[in-house]
Design a protein around this ligand. Structure first.
Ligand code: MN
Length: 206
């Protein structure tokens, strides 16, 4: 059974962000562009399910790229809609977020100037991103495009190193053999712990 993603409803009316973000752009952006990502993501997941069924993985890279492109598009747009609200000129973070922004960037003004510079400097298409590390520190990055075969927004819970330094001395070119053996040494209890930490507030600094 494959999880089916659906286009989330906008948390406000199409014209709610006027005059800062116009009704027509919001409508096309949500109803056409974001909807296209959801459709592409579901199709990629269907194709990956078919590959698991048949055991034929020759198109695995293609469908993972499709999943990354559409999945990142879906998750980032969902966050984008949720992280906007009807505007005002002196819009600003408050509370502990503001405190942490001031702590990590020096001041609100320093944060906004770095965020604007990083976002304006995106090469080609992409996103400006404010990100929190699992321990609570804050960072600004530009994401170019949004898929480098990764769905931005997913949180790793198990990883296998396949840089050659990780296996070459013993396995040389036989990366598949290393992966087979790696699967025998995974600490699934640790993975379970990370999986259970689903809510970001549970992952924050004490
Ligand atoms: Mn978009």
């Amino acid at each position: 059974m494959t999880h089916e993603f659906t286009l989330p409803k906008l948390p406000y009316a199409y014209d709610a962000l006027e005059p800062f973000y116009d009704k027509q752009t919001v409508e096309i952006h949500h109803d056409k562009h974001h909807a296209g990502y959801v459709k592409g993501l579901n199709n990629a997941l269907k194709q990956l399910a078919a590959a698991r069924e048949s055991g034929d993985y020759k198109l695995i890279k293609h469908w993972n790229r499709e999943q990354a492109f559409h999945g990142a598009g879906h998750l980032l747009h969902t966050m984008f809609w949720e992280n906007m609200r009807p505007g005002k000129e002196d819009n600003k973070a408050t509370g502990s977020l503001l405190e942490n922004i001031e702590k990590h960037f020096g001041s609100w003004e320093a944060f906004t100037s770095q965020f604007k510079a990083a976002t304006a400097a995106v090469e080609g298409s992409g996103w400006g991103v404010l990100a929190a590390c699992p321990h609570g520190s804050l960072h600004i990055f530009a994401v170019e495009n949004h898929q480098k075969v990764w769905v931005q927004g997913l949180r790793p819970i198990m990883v296998c190193d396949v840089w050659e330094h990780a296996y070459y001395l013993k396995y040389q070119n036989r990366r598949g053999e290393w992966i087979d053996n790696f699967m025998k040494i995974v600490n699934w209890d640790k993975v379970q712990e990370l999986y259970d930490c689903k809510k970001e507030e549970q992952c924050k600094e004490e």
